[in-house]
Write a new protein. Structure first.
Length: 192
């Protein structure tokens, strides 16, 4: 990604920011989304507490592994390609999780989600540093910070509300349409 192409007059900074913020919110929401559902998953899939905890730990582990590697990916691929790939991978992981019939498949789905989510945060921060003028970068990074703090904070509350009314699989069903919408928006609106 080069700076001149990202600062072209035709780029719509608000649209680009909205696409990245939505994708990052969805992927980061999933970091704490499963915590409330762990007892239900334990019962249905007949696993122990220490085993089921891997659904949260595995996601965060995959996220942590990929974040430093993203700098390499940003230099090798176009921004649009990288974002579409990570959001598509996240969506695939979410679909696999929604229909998982055993713990191993569910854990694999969480790893896939974490790997994809680990790309979106540094990619968004890099893009924001390029598309926002220097005088607006502090504001832009503040918005990024709000999303990164708000998504995991609201995850347990939102999932608790969902679990009270629906089976735990809805924690996978609900993000799917939002991820697909973000992929469609990115495909048509991202020009970088």
């Amino acid at each position: 990604m080069n700076e001149s192409s990202s600062n072209d007059k035709g780029d719509n900074v608000i649209v680009i920011a909205a696409v990245f913020l939505l994708g990052t919110f969805i992927t980061f929401l999933n970091s704490t989304f499963m915590n409330v559902a762990l007892p239900d998953i334990m019962k249905e899939l007949n696993v122990s507490v220490s085993t089921v905890q891997w659904l949260s730990t595995g996601y965060m582990l995959a996220l942590g592994i990929v974040i430093p590697f993203t700098a390499f990916l940003i230099n090798r691929f176009k921004t649009k390609t990288l974002f579409l790939t990570s959001m598509s991978l996240f969506t695939i992981g979410t679909i696999i999780g929604a229909f998982a019939t055993n713990f191993e498949v569910l854990l694999t789905a969480r790893f896939i989600q974490g790997l994809a989510g680990g790309v979106t945060v540094p990619l968004m921060q890099t893009v924001f540093m390029l598309i926002f003028p220097i005088k607006s970068r502090g504001f832009a990074m503040g918005i990024v910070g709000i999303v990164l703090a708000f998504a995991p904070a609201v995850g347990p509350t939102l999932s608790g509300w969902i679990i009270n009314s629906y089976p735990w699989r809805y924690l996978f069903y609900i993000p799917i349409p939002f991820a697909i919408i973000d992929i469609i928006l990115a495909f048509f609106l991202l020009k970088m």
